[in-house]
Design a protein around this ligand. Sequence first.
Ligand SMILES: Cc1cc2nc3c(=O)[nH]c(=O)nc-3n(C[C@H](O)[C@H](O)[C@H](O)COP(=O)(O)O)c2cc1C
Length: 319
Amino acid sequence: MGLKKMERSSNRSGNDPALQISLGPLKLQNPVMAASGTFGYGEEYADLFPVKKLGAFVTKGLSFAPRKGNPPPRVAETPAGMLNAIGLENVGLKAFLREKLPRLRKLGCPILVNIFGNTIEEYGEMAKGLEGVEGVAGLEVNISCPNLKAGGSLFAADPRSVYLVTTRVRQATSAFFMVKLSPNVADIAKIAQAAEEAGANAVSLINTLLGLAIDVRTRTPVLANITGGLSGPAIKPVGLAMVWKVAQAVKIPVVGMGGIVSPEDALEYLIAGATAVEVGSAHFIDPRAPLKIIEGIRKYLQIHGLAHISALVGSLKTK
Ligand SMILES: Cc1cc2nc3c(=O)[nH]c(=O)nc-3n(C[C@H](O)[C@H](O)[C@H](O)COP(=O)(O)O)c2cc1C
């Protein structure tokens, strides 16, 4: 599609009532968001397309103190995907508020800040520090990090620690927040229920799957961190199965992601039960992927005579 034509159609879809969705108290113009860590701070993409056409965008993970991240190599290509071990590099809360947020506000798109902490208390501090801040539409709480006080096991792996983190964030903020779940767990439905019980407005899933790539010539890991997180089309069936399970286990909205590169991928997630979707690794192949996905969903609704996207959510026929 030519650039001009595409711009016109994405303008149309930007104001299409058929695409408007609610994630609890948060209203979005369409269900397509840019996933954390794959869209920088938004401004990197501002020259490529009007970021304000997105339903929302999620920032790179943010912690209280700045973090340097892992040494290189930090990314590796895999069949139908990629491994990354960036190590949650970020500028820290103070510099984010001072340097990044003023520019982010100008993008004209709802901003969800992805937060994480080393302790439950730190999650609370982060939520408090972003409470009522102009331009922050809400939070995505990444629980795929080690709980340092509990010997380093992932917060995401245990319903009890998910309950405690979520409770702390709920106490610290009245803003919208969703808890981002890890697929590296035994029963993701139980984890989602713990987040719901503790007051999360929504859950988002999936984060990356634990992976390893080895250079057989040197018998060394390809990534300096040894293991990394697998993302991209390779993980789509896993994400879909988990979204489908979680959507049946909770009443709060589910935001689906994992391997979405085309409108059809996004439609699969919606049909599986996601109210909205996030696009991640696809940005590295085609930065305009989210716009094409928004447009593709709009066309699908038209072709199938559906007045509103809600008719699609959770419409999987299993009999
Ligand atoms: C390079 C890279 C960095 C990421 N950084 C974060 C992050 O800071 N916080 C987070 O919650 N998820 C992070 N993710 C995970 C993505 O947001 C997303 O959950 C995952 O990649 C699956 O979606 P995809 O297959 O569409 O990429 C990162 C993913 C990639 C590829």
